[in-house]
Design a protein around this ligand. Structure first.
Ligand SMILES: [Mg+2]
Length: 422
C-alpha cells in the first residue's frame, strides 16, 4: 500500500512551529523576489543544500533579520507602498479569501488583521530535511516528492488492513516531534493516494477503498498533472469529471505515452514504484525586479546569478553542458538564447558564454523586468564526450573555480567577485 504525506500549508505551519503566537489566527507567509544577491555591499550570502533531491531547490540565504517593513514596504517619493505576494496562507486566512500568489496589499484589504511573516527558506529547508530523516526511520521505501511531500511504500512492512491506523499514528508522531500538521492519503496507487491527501486536508487521513466512487465527482484539476490547458482540452471532449475518464481509454491511448501514462494513473493501474533517488536535471535561478533600463547593470546581474549557479553546480559535482539565458522585457517581450558545449564547466567559461549570449539577445532600449539563467544536460547523467580541443584550458579554469568555491564555502558566496560583476 502507498501513502502520500503532505504538510498542511507548509510555510505557514513552519513559522508556527517556531512562533506559537502565530497559531489559531489568520496569518500568511509572504515573499518578494530575493534581490539581495545584487547588493553591492557584502551580504554574506550562503547556500543551503542539505536536502538536495531533484525536487528541492537549494536556497541562498543571509543571516540578516527580516521584518515586515524591511521586506515588504518600499518608500517611493515619501509614499509607502506595500509590495510582495502571499506564498502560503493559513486556513484561518483562507477563510477570508486570502490565497497563494495574491498581492499582499490585496490580502490585507480582505483581512486587515492578517499577520504576514516574511519567508524564511532556510527554516523550511531544514524542517523538510529533518522530516525526511524522521520518515526514513518509519517507512522502508520513501520518496521525497517536493519540499513538503513524500510517498511511502508500506508493502511487506505494514499489513494493508493496518495502514490507516499506522498513518494516523504517524500523523500524531509528526505533530509531537515537529509541531507541524500533515495530511495523509492511502491507496494501492501513488497518484490516487496523492489526490486522497488533498481531499483529507487539513490535518486528515483518508484511505481510498474504491477508486471509481472516489473519483466519480472529483474535478479534473484535482489530479496531479492536469493543468488548466489540459483541463480545457478534456472538456472539449466532453470530459468534466475525473470519474468520466476510465471509459475513454481509446482517446487517452491516442495521445501516446503521456496520455497512456495519465490514463493508468487516473485509473489506479499505473503500478509505478517509489523512486528513492532522482537526479537533479537542471539548476536554474530567476529574479524579477523593477523596470531596469541600464544594460550595464543588467549584465552585472547576469554575472552575479551566474556565480550562484556555478556554486550550486560545483557543490553537487555536476558538469552541465547546456547554458540558457532568458530576459523578460516590458510589454511581454521575451528573448532567450541557449547553447550546448561539450566542455568542462567553469565559472570563467560560463560567464564568457553568457556575455556572448547577452550581446546577441539584449534590447538596450527596452526596460528589463526579469532574468532567468539555467544550466542542464549534466555529463554525470548522460555519457557525453567532452571535446579534447579545449581540455587543458578548461581544466585550468575548473581548478580556479574550485579554489574560489572553497573560499566561498568558508566566507560566504560574495567573498570573491570577478571584474564583470563590479
Ligand atoms: Mg503541502
Amino acid at each position: 500500500m502507498f501513502i502520500h504525506i503532505d504538510i498542511d500549508s507548509f510555510f505557514a505551519s513552519a513559522e508556527r512551529s517556531v512562533d506559537p503566537g502565530l497559531k489559531n489566527v489568520p496569518m500568511a507567509v509572504g515573499s518578494r523576489s530575493n534581490l539581495e544577491i545584487f547588493n553591492r555591499e557584502r551580504t554574506n550570502i550562503r547556500l543551503m543544500n542539505d536536502n538536495s533531491g531533484a525536487f528541492v531547490t537549494p536556497v541562498f540565504y543571509s543571516d540578516k533579520e527580516k521584518s515586515f517593513d524591511s521586506v515588504f514596504i518600499d518608500k517611493i517619493d515619501g509614499q509607502k507602498k506595500i509590495r510582495g505576494i502571499i506564498t502560503t496562507a493559513s486556513y484561518e486566512a483562507r477563510a477570508f479569501g486570502v490565497k497563494t500568489a495574491m498581492p499582499i496589499a490585496q490580502a490585507l484589504q480582505l483581512c486587515p488583521q492578517l499577520i504576514i511573516v516574511p519567508s524564511h527558506y532556510p527554516l523550511y529547508h531544514k524542517l523538510s530535511h529533518y522530516l525526511h530523516r524522521f520518515l526514513q526511520t518509519k517507512i522502508p521505501l520513501l520518496e521525497q516528492y517536493s519540499i513538503d511531500e513524500f510517498f511511502g511504500d508500506l508493502s511487506g512492512w505494514i499489513d494493508d488492513r493496518d495502514v490507516l491506523e499506522f498513518s494516523k499514528r504517524l500523523q500524531q508522531e509528526i505533530l509531537e516531534n515537529f509541531d507541524i500538521p500533515v495530511s495523509i492519503g492511502i491507496n494501492q496507487s501513488k497518484w490516487i493516494a496523492k489526490v486522497a491527501t488533498d481531499f483529507a486536508k487539513p490535518f486528515g487521513v483518508y484511505e481510498v477503498k474504491d477508486i471509481d466512487s472516489f473519483l466519480h465527482n472529483r474535478s479534473l484539476k484535482e489530479f496531479p498533472g492536469i493543468g488548466k490547458g489540459f483541463q480545457r482540452r478534456l472538456e472539449g471532449y466532453g470530459i468534466n469529471r475525473l470519474g468520466e475518464i476510465k471509459a475513454r481509454k481509446a482517446l487517452f491511448y491516442s495521445w501516446k505515452r503521456p496520455g497512456i501514462q495519465l490514463y493508468h494513473r487516473i485509473t489506479g493501474t499505473d503500478n509505478e514504484p517509489i523512486t528513492s533517488k532522482r537526479d537533479r536535471k537542471s539548476i536554474g535561478i530567476s529574479r524579477t525586479f523593477d523596470a531596469l533600463r541600464d544594460p550595464d547593470e543588467l549584465r552585472r546581474r547576469i554575472m552575479i546569478m551566474a556565480r550562484h549557479i556555478v556554486y550550486i553546480a560545483i557543490s553537487i559535482e555536476a558538469n552541465p553542458t547546456t547554458y540558457y539565458l532568458k530576459i523578460d522585457y516590458e510589454y511581454g517581450v521575451k528573448v532567450k538564447q541557449s547553447r550546448t558545449l561539450d566542455r568542462l564547466f567553469s565559472e570563467t567559461l560560463f560567464k564568457i558564454e553568457l556575455a556572448q549570449m547577452y550581446d546577441i539577445i539584449a534590447q538596450p532600449e527596452a526596460a528589463a523586468l526579469k532574468l532567468s539563467l539555467s544550466v542542464s544536460n549534466f555529463t554525470s547523467n548522460h555519457l557525453r564526450t567532452l571535446s579534447l580541443l579545449h581540455l587543458e584550458e578548461d581544466q585550468k579554469r575548473l581548478r580556479l573555480t574550485k579554489d574560489l568555491q572553497s573560499l566561498r564555502e568558508r566566507f560566504g558566496l560574495d567573498i570573491i567577485k570577478s571584474g564583470s560583476e563590479l
